[in-house]
Design a protein around this ligand. Sequence first.
Ligand code: SAH
Length: 284
Amino acid sequence: MHHGTDVPRGEARVSQLNEFNPKRSLGQNFLIDPNLQRKIVAELASGPESTVLEIGPGHGELSQHLVSRVGRLTMVEKDRLLVAQLSARWGTLGGVTIVEGDALQLNLSELMSHSSGPVRVISNVPYNITSPLIFSLLAMRPVPERIVLTVQKELAERVVAAPGQKSYGALSVGVQAVARVSLRFSIGREVFRPRPEVDSSVLLVEPEPEAIGTVKPSALRSVTRACFNRRRKQLQKILRSAPELSFEGDPISFLNELGISPKQRPESLSPITFVRLTEALQKL
Ligand code: SAH
């Protein structure tokens, strides 16, 4: 009889091999397919001169394809057991730094300040910290030249969504205002152990911090949130009624001056229009 027990047995075998019990709280889903590991790493387009930062190296699934092939590799891992494994394997290798810590708490710019050239970042991101991690990577200075992230498919779709699409929202605007983004390829859930509930996608993020000018990302985020919390409303109505925006005056002439129709809804505004709207609100 077929009970579909192949997969669980395989999973048990893998975790036994590693003598490691994956922690759900740390979003531990390890990518076991070497071809896909290589395909993701190839998106980083790193070479012997590159400085690479990896968030959440796990057992080194991606890192093993970078060690010895890049100039410097710095890994940040929160799980002490994994840090011990990684250190035993690569701790004494030149150019490799293994840091135990929480990527959201560490000052990543400071951590990478030793590097003379631009940094490339790679992560099979713990799913529970995806959005804050993307924003802290985009806040690094100097800004990374290339970021390759494996994330939940649904989240990747939100990041790359265009105006008018169902998943277009504050996350799309916040990222696209400061970076070029593209969805490279998708990965089925079956190549991860333990197997997650959802499929993943690989995102390529190329920061362009100058695109946002003098507007603060935090200000942009408040404006987009205020708007998308009322995504069915027209912008003139949102300006009149959202206390967070503390807008006083005539929304119709204000919007017309920006080249935005007062009847437009947030979902139809491009990221750059949100930047201009934020800039104009700041000047009031
Ligand atoms: N890179 C491996 C592991 C991905 S699983 C692979 O591709 O298979 C996600 C990893 O991120 C785990 O190793 C987990 O322990 C680590 N992690 C989770 N939260 C973290 C955080 N806040 N900071 C750093 N690492 C974290």
